[in-house]
Design a protein around this ligand. Structure first.
Ligand code: FE2
Ligand code: FE2
Length: 254
């Protein structure tokens, strides 16, 4: 029996305008978590975290990378949570996946290289200040430190969910280069992806990434040239979740 649910890959989360948020973040009190339980909602309300994510995205835009800011963070958080919920895991693990998903690229405000490890160190400090339970901190920073290919490893279910969620966010809205005449292959491929859906079949234990690509902008081969390493990582991550991973492009399973 098929029990397929679609998680949030197709819904684009739009970051709100920075207008009206120009307050002194240093003056923002850090909320403490009762019983060591920190929630995604608390992190999303944290102006310091938002400031670091926005700085990360500015740095990515400056070096010509696609969008890596609050929109990407919120989308990866939602997909990570929904992958684990869709597979019937408990809500606390799903919350940890959402938190790791939200913070996974925060290290880009320091440097693109080693951003998983830098980001894990930043998350450690943020979550310690919020008095998160130490086991939960360890789970979150392990997921952040392992989210990127080629050195990242899906060490547990939370990490696996973040990896799949992160790699599924390929979409034309992420391209930040305003000049199409200067697009590189990354821009062209991202710009060619018109739809991106993650589907969870909890009965058959299958995770599917279903993409619609405008082949007039980039060929399926170009997609593979860029994403083969990421797809291998997704397959390994799905295996940790005891699932098979399928990639469908324009209705054809690859
Ligand atoms: Fe990353
Ligand atoms: Fe990412």
């Amino acid at each position: 029996m098929s029990n397929t649910t679609e998680v949030l890959a197709s819904d684009r989360v739009v970051a709100p305008s920075p207008k009206g948020r120009m307050k002194d973040v240093a003056a923002t009190p850090v909320p403490e978590a009762p019983n060591g339980k920190v929630t995604l909602k608390e992190l999303r309300a944290n102006d310091r975290v938002r400031t670091y994510l926005e700085a990360a995205n500015r740095q990515m835009a400056t070096i010509g990378y696609s969008e890596h800011g609050v929109r990407h963070a919120a989308l990866v958080a939602a997909i990570s949570r929904n992958i684990l919920m869709g597979l019937g895991e408990d809500s606390h693990q799903a919350e940890l996946a959402a938190i790791a998903g939200y913070l996974h690229d925060i290290g880009n405000c320091v440097h693109r290289i080693y951003h998983p490890q830098i980001g894990a160190s930043m998350a450690f400090y943020i979550l310690e200040q919020m008095h998160m339970d130490a086991n939960d901190v360890a789970t979150v920073i392990g997921a952040i430190g392992n989210h990127e290919e080629p050195e990242g490893v899906p060490i547990n279910d939370v990490t696996a969910a973040v990896i799949i969620a992160d790699k599924s966010d390929v979409h034309f809205t992420r391209v930040q280069n305003p000049d199409p005449s200067t697009y590189d292959i990354h821009d062209r491929v991202n710009h060619a992806v018109q739809k991106s859906h993650i589907l969870i079949d909890s009965a058959a234990m299958v995770i599917t990434l279903d993409l619609v690509i405008d082949t007039g902008q980039a060929s399926v081969m170009e997609y593979f040239e860029i994403f083969v390493e990421r797809m291998i990582m997704c397959r390994k991550a799905a295996k940790v979740l005891k699932c098979n991973f399928r990639l469908i492009i324009n209705g054809v399973e690859l």
